[in-house]
Design a protein around this ligand. Sequence first.
Ligand code: PLP
Length: 418
Amino acid sequence: MKIDRSKSKRLAKATTAIHAGALDHSVYGEVSVPIFQTSTFAFPSAAEGAARFSGEKPGYIYSRLDNPTVNALEESVATLEGGFGAVATATGMAAVSTVYLSFLSAGDHVVAANCIYGASRVILESELIRYGVETTFVDGSQLSQIEKAMRPQTRMVFVETPMNPSLKLTDLAGAAAAAQKQGALLVVDNTFASPYLQRPIEFGADIVIHSLTKLINGHADVIGGMVIARVRERYDRVKRMANIFGNTMDPHQAWLILRGLRTLALRVEKGQENAMKLARFLETHPKTTWVSYPGLSSHPQHELAKRQMDGFGCMISFGVQNGLEGGITVMNNVRLIGLAVSLGGVESLIEHPASMTHACIPPEKRREAEIYDELVRLSVGCEDFDDLRNDLDQALNRIGQDKSALEAQIEASQEPGC
Ligand SMILES: *Cc1c(COP(=O)(O)O)cnc(C)c1O
């Protein structure tokens, strides 16, 4: 159900994140959106029930279809992204799969960036192929590759920017133009930037996806997803598919995420301030070999980042000396920074794709996807900068020490069948 959004249209992002989606029809004047923990809603009469089902009258029916708490979260994110409407989903992957199911049919072709989130890629590569949908994977940072891969049957261009884990960017306006020329939809997974830093719809995207699990919730305690559509027709399609496939969100989950969203501006500002300082620190550290952060002038797409983002984000990737061994050493020696996948929380997390998330992929294939053995990915949180720098510094300085213990571990991590 749509809530009147005219009041929040003129407000700045930080204000919108705090106020958008607040219910207009509060019962007790409550300031926070209540949790409507109910599976179903009673009708005052049979006629009213019929009118709600037919869409003649607004009103709630059943929480898989609509729920006031979930609607409040949807309105908040739709307003921030500048879309017509949003559909909250159980997980980020439920958002991705709902978008695929909504807009792809047998015989269709997809152009996708090769660095998109692992599961988003696996669905295209291994599952949708069974339904007759074919995908071409390209380097999303090269607009010419996207353009060249387009076919008459291309119905969707799927990108993620900044990309994981290279932190390279896709030119959103360019990708939108390429998609539009072919009558295809541009779908952007905006998880890494959040609407606080980047609103793909402003650059021509048709659909925006979020894993709310990351920056929008921001506290590493809930899983959730969202699909935002630029126009009504696409919103209606996604809404229908989420409802019938049952990919929708629970009210308690929505309430927790709404609570996280209210501080999005504060968290992103602090995280990216820390990230900028850490990127500069890492660039001069003797144990690093390179640093990729869109805010550094050494980033090959720094100018594009300034054009399409309002800030450079909280994610950094960097190379360490001694390759795989160096990466493992850093993982085993951080004390404050958490050794975990996921990102976008108030707590900083570090990950080493070659020995962890991507260890099962053969080394040659990893290099093709720019997942180098020495690459370390850091999600920068809101801690004190000096504490983060000191922790990274001491962990990096361990590289090259206690070699024998490491050799055994490297061997174990390279064993097939993991
Ligand atoms: C985490 C993530 C997803 C998947 O979201 P879940 O909430 O884990 O289902 C999709 N895209 C990106 C970019 C992610 O980081």
